[in-house]
Design a binder for this molecule. Structure first.
Ligand code: UDP
Length: 426
């Protein structure tokens, strides 16, 4: 079975921790690797953003296909929208040249979902979509940025047209039903996978020495794409309110594009008198993260929203308890009072309170740590990969039976970009 994974706006091989390179990149690459191991032939399609090979063999059965669309340089996600018709046209051409074609398209995020919708129709294929984040949900999280109406409108159409939708948590599934009117019968909740061979507890003292950290003083950790939605400012204020003054906060993630937010956070820490306690590490490789998780006493995830939140699970896999916002997927991964704490408010005081509790109780931390390690087995890729394979089987079956029902139009009406695709075709 040949699968086309579509990740138009960001390459799964791009360095992680940038503004647009986080959970989705990890997910698409690791899922594709797992499917390839299971015997599927997988091609991942992404926009060509550098002088890089058009087709790259990543592993046996797994290729990365870079599609020309817009300039061959990194561009903002918002600008990629304009290049989507070109992306879909050029992907279409590539697909046409593949002997045997593909059996299913699995697209990630709404931009790829848009291309996937059109190409699935063109080639009469089942289309599985995973949104990763939803515009409507981001807008309701009220963190100070607004997603365009166009995105939400297209998400609604993509959801309606998709053969199957994968949601990473039951919460996301509920939101798709409530805000987008998505059909529950075609939604499948499958949690994200974690590389449990990589994310394992490492020796705490050795990890601290490696990272130049005090062997005894408390260490808090934040990891992710440095962007507003992640609520890092809540954590900086929480650290300022802690009982102990010798705490180090490690902030991991953020590239040149996060310069402005980093400067804001530095100014905030300075104003709160804790500049010396906050260490900005920049983006680090995925492989070095187990050292960070193992060196930390607690990992904090103060996000306004997370559709899944890989960082929380990676941390628990390394035996480090989590204090996280009670939002989105975190509700289904962190068990309040068992593997960490879930905070229902987006303000520093309750975070500081729970961090004081954990930092002051090594025994409690050890209990949470054991429970956390036990809780992650269900995220093993070999399990998650098989569940996605089941979704593919269900989608193919659904597609077969839907063929008997008459078409109701492309669903995109007379949008200029779809017109461009159709005009370029047959
Ligand atoms: N990550 C990384 N290096 C960094 C920062 C982040 O490898 O410097 C990885 C992290 O390990 C995790 C992913 O980026 O796998 C972030 O995923 P998450 O689901 O937590 O957040 P998202 O990016 O989806 O918002």
């Amino acid at each position: 079975m040949r699968i086309a994974q579509v990740s138009a706006h960001t390459s799964p091989l791009a360095p992680l921790g940038g503004r647009e390179t986080g959970g989705m990149n990890v997910y698409v690459l690791e899922l594709s690797r797992e499917l390839a191991r299971l015997g599927y032939e997988v091609d991942i399609f992404t926009r060509r953003d550098g002088e890089l090979p058009r087709v790259e063999q990543v592993a046996p059965n797994l290729r990365l296909v870079r599609i020309d669309a817009g300039p061959a340089t990194p561009i903002e996600k918002e600008e990629i929208v304009e290049s989507l018709p070109e992306f879909a046209r050029n992907m279409r051409q590539f697909v046409t040249q593949q002997p045997g074609g593909y059996d299913l398209i699995h697209s990630h995020y709404w931009q790829s979902g848009w291309a996937g919708t059109i190409l699935a129709r063109e080639f009469d294929l089942p289309h599985v979509v995973m949104f990763h984040t939803l515009g409507e949900v981001k807008n309701r999280a009220r963190f100070g940025e607004e997603e365009p109406k166009l995105r939400i409108r297209h998400e609604r159409t993509i959801a309606r047209r998709a053969t199957a939708i994968v949601t990473a948590s039951d919460h996301e599934r509920l939101l798709l039903e409530r805000y987008y009117g998505a059909d529950p019968a075609k939604m499948h909740t499958v949690p994200c996978g974690i590389d449990l061979d990589l994310f394992q507890p490492r020796d705490r003292a050795a990890a601290r020495t490696k990272l130049g950290l005090d062997p005894e003083a408390p260490v808090l950790l934040w990891v992710g794409r440095l962007e507003k939605l992640k609520g890092v400012e809540i954590l900086v204020d929480a650290v300022a309110q802690l009982e102990r003054r010798d705490v180090t906060l490690l902030i991991v993630g953020g590239d040149a594009r996060a310069r402005e937010l980093k400067a804001e956070l530095q100014a905030q820490a300075a104003a709160a008198g804790i500049a010396a306690n906050v260490r900005f590490e920049g983006a680090v490789t995925h492989d070095s993260l187990p050292d960070y998780y193992s060196a930390a006493d607690v990992c904090v995830v103060p996000s306004y929203y997370e559709s899944f939140g890989l960082v929380a699970v990676e941390s628990m896999a390394c035996g480090t308890p989590v204090v996280a916002s009670r939002v989105g997927g975190l509700v289904s991964t962190v068990t309040d009072g068992v593997t960490g704490y879930l905070i229902p408010w987006r303000c520093p005081e309750p975070f500081a309170e729970k961090l004081d509790v954990l930092l002051g109780n090594p025994e409690l931390r050890a209990n949470f740590s054991r429970a956390a390690q036990r809780s992650v087995e269900r995220f093993r890729w070999s399990t998650v990969g098989l569940r996605i394979a089941d979704v593919y089987d269900a989608a193919r079956e659904r597609h077969r039976s839907a063929r008997e029902v008459p078409e109701e139009g492309s669903g995109f009406g007379k949008e200029a970009w779809e017109a461009a695709i159709l005009a370029s075709g047959r």
